[in-house]
Design a protein around this ligand. Structure first.
Ligand SMILES: [Zn+2]
Length: 205
């Protein structure tokens, strides 16, 4: 019964993802990797997070801000549809418990949140404890923090990628690409990204 239901859900998510992909809802993600994550792992994490956003109907364009060629674009002022992701070993501003994998600064009614960070040492420790792949967990943590930015306040939910605390089976499912935004969250994310794009294109004077 459960399996049948989730198969139907997955089908519809795949269909809706394809439809909304055609509308080119795209956000840029400027990546500042201060934790010096090995390149292949960062790629794998980005692919996981990008796939999760893709299933919600949003394409992520990753920009490696440690590449000199991207210095100019990475130094540009914040835009609503340009997120900043910093990967730190440990948060230097505040001490968090080891279960905290990331932090973000969601916006409010007057501005969109664009700043997210993930705590790499915490992700490594959690991956070791739970025996899940580090790169995959990093990708899940990224997607979760983007969820905070794109969904705004009260982004946590009882199911999916926005659960406040993932169970072991959530993380295992996530590593296989089966932890996602709910349909309702995906809808809110698409609307939010659409409004971000419009705001950049037509800024209020
Ligand atoms: Zn959260």
């Amino acid at each position: 019964m459960r399996t049948g239901k989730s198969a139907v859900t997955m089908f519809w998510m795949a269909v809706s993802g394809a439809c909304y992909g055609a509308q080119e809802l795209r956000i840029s993600v400027m990546v500042f990797d201060q934790a010096e994550v090995p390149g292949h792992m960062l790629s794998e994490a980005q692919e996981r997070a990008g796939t999760i956003l893709g299933k919600a109907g949003v394409e992520a364009k990753w920009i490696d801000c440690h590449q000199p060629a991207n210095a100019l674009v990475c130094a540009m002022v914040a835009q609503p549809d340009r997120l900043f992701l910093t990967i730190v070993t440990e948060d230097d501003r505040q001490s968090f418990g080891e279960d905290v994998l990331g932090r973000s600064m969601p916006g409010d009614r007057s501005s969109h949140g664009v700043y997210a960070r993930v705590l790499y040492r915490h992700i490594q420790a959690k991956a070791a404890r739970e025996r899940v792949n580090v790169a995959q967990l990093l990708g899940l943590a990224m997607a979760h923090e983007f969820g905070h930015l794109l969904l705004g306040p009260k982004a946590h939910s009882a199911d999916g990628i926005m659960r406040a605390n993932w169970s072991h089976s959530d993380m295992e499912l996530g590593a296989k690409g089966q932890l996602r935004f709910t349909d309702q969250q995906a809808q809110r994310i698409r609307a939010d990204v659409q409004s971000r794009i419009e705001e950049r294109e037509h800024p209020e004077s």
